[in-house]
Design a protein around this ligand. Sequence first.
Ligand code: TPP
Ligand code: SF4
Length: 236
Amino acid sequence: MEPRMPKCYKKESKPSSFCPGCGHSLTLKNLGFVMDEMKIADSTVFATDIGCSLLAWDFFDVDTVQAHHGRVTAMAAGLKRALPKSVVLAYMGDGGGYAIGLHHLIGAARRNDPITVILVNNTLYAMTGGQMAPTTFKGENTSSSPEGAFADEEPLLGPEFLRPVCHKEAFLARTSVDNPFELKKYLKEAIETQKKGNFSFVEVLSYCPVNWKTDARGTMDFMDHLKEIYKIGVIE
Ligand SMILES: Cc1ncc(C[n+]2csc(CCOP(=O)(O)OP(=O)(O)O)c2C)c(N)n1
Ligand code: SF4
């Protein structure tokens, strides 16, 4: 049976920084299990962006760095060049990755930088109060689109968008926090891809009940709706 907590969590007990029901903690817990199972915690550099992802900065007992909003991919690519034997993980939100940081993401994908990018897609800018992001879907109510997102805008499909500029051996996938088995499987595959010298990218559909303004049932229904818009699976 899986242990209750990853071994690579910091030992001291402290209150979670995430809101109750947040998907970030589920992604991080499963990432922790993956680092344990792959025995990579000692050789990992965990890089976080600005956004709720930065609340992960003191989660793991691994070397951790933090970048300006949207810049974590560029920093991760540089770290990998300086420390080629390390496993480098870039952890960010959809606002940081797909808006201000998009050119860094495209650059790393095009160059086939051997890093693993984990992008948590909760369809909005969570930390700053739930504004629209490039992932906000048609009709979605956010704090900057109170009557629903602009009807003519399709959300950005990140892995599909990056696929054409990636090396054929790069790994790109989308999964969700409510499927820990698949989440772990894709994270492992992504890290294996990095170890073989190629770019890897996992988008994780994630809960933000605070900004979605959902109760438990509403959060599940919201996730079901997201999966109709965002195709789950490996993007070939
Ligand atoms: C250069 C820059 N622009 C804007 C901000 C303000 N800012 C802080 S967090 C954030 C939104 C983060 O949203 P996202 O990346 O989707 O992550 P989430 O909080 O949803 O996990 C923004 C715009 C900033 N810190 N730096
Ligand atoms: S605002 Fe949303 S994404 Fe941020 S910690 Fe709270 S639930 Fe999680």
